[in-house]
Design a protein around this ligand. Structure first.
Ligand SMILES: Cc1cc2nc3c(=O)[nH]c(=O)nc-3n(C[C@H](O)[C@H](O)[C@H](O)COP(=O)(O)O)c2cc1C
Length: 216
């Protein structure tokens, strides 16, 4: 039976309304998850001193601060005579050819970033043959009390279940709302995370300098 003209018009209006709502919702989600592009730290430097070891520093980041720390670590390794390379995790397919590895990740929602945990699972056997150190950037549980220490340890529990680093360190990181998406800014507000650049570069350099012993 043909639909009467007034009903047809009403159905068309409902369909147009629904399509408009879906388009607005899709536009909102696209806007709300969008964050500014990150400049990924990448590079290689040569130690020159007779260490004759190649070190790889691999990191996972969302907003860039972990990559900047990774770069400084690689520069310190070079200052101590390593040939060091720094790469974001998505650019690394293998750790073969290196004699030492440093892995670092930002914490999001209580854990290392998934691309880094996947990388570790995939490279588990190769990583188990190499001297390994790991570092974490985070903004909560920064204190020296037992509860904070336990919370920090929880961030890398899954990592330590897969690999056995010779050294592990936690660094205060950076939250800059201008580098985050709308949803991320909401999450930061919700958990009342500290905001700002809390990285202690002297401490980061001191830890990196200690790697010369740890990774030999
Ligand atoms: C959405 C979001 C979730 C976060 N979740 C945690 C968390 O669960 N625990 C924590 O200590 N820090 C958390 N942080 C802080 C980050 O780990 C910290 O800002 C880090 O420096 C970010 O590194 P990146 O700039 O390399 O992405 C979170 C930050 C954001 C923006």
């Amino acid at each position: 039976m043909p639909i009467e003209a007034p009903r047809r018009t009403a159905l068309r209006r409902i369909a147009a309304g629904l399509a408009g709502t879906v388009a607005v919702a899709a536009g909102f989600v696209t806007w709300a998850v969008h964050r500014p592009d990150v400049l990924f730290a990448k590079g290689r430097c040569y130690g020159g001193a007779p260490v004759k070891k190649k070190a790889l520093v691999v990191y996972a980041t969302r907003a860039g601060s972990t990559g900047e720390v990774a770069r400084v670590i690689s520069e310190r390794l070079c200052a101590m005579g390593f040939d060091a390379e720094v790469q974001p995790v998505d650019s690394v397919s293998s750790v073969s050819g290196y004699q030492a590895v440093v892995l670092g990740s930002a914490v999001r929602y209580g854990a290392w970033l998934p691309e880094m945990t996947k990388f570790i699972a995939f490279q588990q056997s190769a990583l188990s043959q190499l001297p390994l150190a790991i570092f974490t950037l985070h903004m909560q549980a920064l204190g020296d009390d037992t509860a904070s220490q336990a919370a920090r340890a929880g961030y890398t529990k899954a990592v330590r279940a897969v690999v056995n680093p010779r050294d592990e360190v936690f660094f205060a990181g950076k939250v800059d709302p201008t580098t985050l998406s709308f949803f991320e800014r909401m999450a930061v507000k919700l958990v009342r995370s500290p905001v700002g650049d809390k990285r202690d570069w002297d401490r980061i350099r001191r830890w990196a300098d200690g790697l010369s012993e740890t990774l030999h």
